[in-house]
Design a protein around this ligand. Structure first.
Ligand code: GMT
Length: 383
């Protein structure tokens, strides 16, 4: 049997998908016998309830007036160096380019220069906005480029993101492998609420989950839902929190949705909230992958989403859901009206979505792809 690996994971502790993927990966690797350390300024949500065998390092800078922007990244690099000294690490896996790829590269290079045990190999997984927003910002672009060039392996969560990263890079872009996100279909399942998974007949129950950032365009979603569902009993559940939530709640009241739209904030019982519903709605302006859409599909919901970024890879138009052009409000309303008229349609698409989530996006298979990459890198220091 091959020896267990020592893996350090750097990620954001926020509810965003990169922290979810990093945590799920860490939990799964630890359950398979690897020694896993997670370095993050807070407790990533999926590790809050049960961190399994994962060793969590909460890295916080100290309150020092000269470090205006906080010193969490310095603390993270120092924590990695401590673990390297005590335990050693084969791989450092940064989820999201900044600051984690940079922190990983700095820690690796500092360790290399110390001339002691072998330095860890650095894997960077790009999640989307780290390239499309952060790297596009001229004041950060050179640093992102440096961190990505200095990594030992780069992965992206969808083919579309890999393509966009190459386009942003221009000539001599480094190799980027696609390792798609995944879902634990034993947790995200149609009977996650405890019933048999058969949805009671009745008006359409739709759901949306996000961090309510501007690019998710949730106010637009509320408006389009109001248009499509006027005069019906269709319901909309909105899960999550973020900058645009208050505006969305006010808009829902204004549009007469007070009785049919419910905002429940950030929740960690997502499977139980998704499972009893029929349809998942997403109107994002961009989405490198759309993990929430995959989790909804795994629960058996049909997905109605915008045709942007990696979503066409995750949602198969006409097979597991429907995709509409991001600026075509009428198309979204027409599609949603069809589902409101016959909620059996999204349920049928949801059945196909669950089957696809289980085969194409299986959690164990996804984590194994990272594990294989770690082993290749650890076995060959020159690769
Ligand atoms: O930018 C965000 O909304 C959060 C970001 C993150 O850090 O989690 O989400 C990105 O990564 C997710 C996990 O890989 C993807 O499922 C999301 O599609 C992606 N968001 C965007 O591209 C907007």
């Amino acid at each position: 049997m091959s020896r267990p690996l020592r893996v350090g994971v750097l990620c954001h502790p926020t509810v965003g998908g990169s922290g979810v993927v990093a945590s799920e990966c860490a939990l799964s690797l630890a359950a398979r016998g690897h020694r896993v350390h997670v370095f993050s300024p807070g407790v990533p949500p999926r590790l809050a309830r049960d961190a399994g065998g994962v060793v969590l390092h909460r890295v916080r800078g100290f309150d020092y007036p000269l470090f205006d922007a906080g010193g969490d990244d310095y603390a993270a690099a120092s924590a990695v160096l401590r673990v390297l000294a005590d335990d050693g690490l084969d791989v450092l896996h940064a989820h999201y380019a900044l600051p984690h790829a940079l922190t990983a590269v700095v820690a690796r290079d500092a360790w290399k220069n110390g001339g002691e045990r072998a330095a860890p190999r650095v894997v960077v997984t790009l999640h989307g906005t780290d390239v499309t927003l952060v790297a596009a910002e001229p004041s950060y672009a050179p640093l992102v480029r440096h961190a990505l060039r200095a990594a030992d392996a780069l992965t992206a969560v969808s083919d579309d993101l890999a393509r966009r990263t190459r386009a942003w890079w221009g000539t001599s872009a480094p190799a980027i492998d696609t390792i798609p996100n995944f879902v634990d279909s034993a947790v995200f399942r149609p009977d996650a609420t405890g019933d048999a998974g058969d949805r009671a007949p009745g008006p359409l129950r739709a759901v949306h989950a996000s961090n309510f950032r501007e690019l998710k365009r949730v106010p637009r979603l509320v408006e389009l839902f109001a248009r499509a569902s006027r005069g019906t009993h269709a319901e909309l559940l909105l899960v999550g929190d973020g900058p645009e939530r208050a505006r969305c709640e006010a808009l829902a009241r204004e549009l007469g949705l007070a009785d049919r739209a419910r905002f429940v904030g950030e929740r960690d019982d997502l499977p139980a909230l998704l499972a009893p519903r029929d349809a998942f709605l997403l109107t994002s302006a961009e989405e490198s992958f759309g993990l929430s859409a995959l989790e909804a599909a795994a629960c058996g919901l049909g997905v109605l989403a915008t045709r942007v970024g990696g979503l066409p890879e995750v949602v198969r138009h006409g097979e597991t859901g429907l995709l509409v052009d991001p600026d075509d409000a009428d198309a979204f309303v027409t599609a949603l009206r069809g589902w409101i008229a016959d909620p059996a349609v999204p349920r049928e698409l949801g059945r196909a979505g669950r089957a696809r989530a289980r085969t194409v996006y299986d959690r164990d298979a996804g984590v194994r792809r990272y594990e294989d990459l770690y082993r290749r890198l650890a076995a060959d220091p020159d690769s």
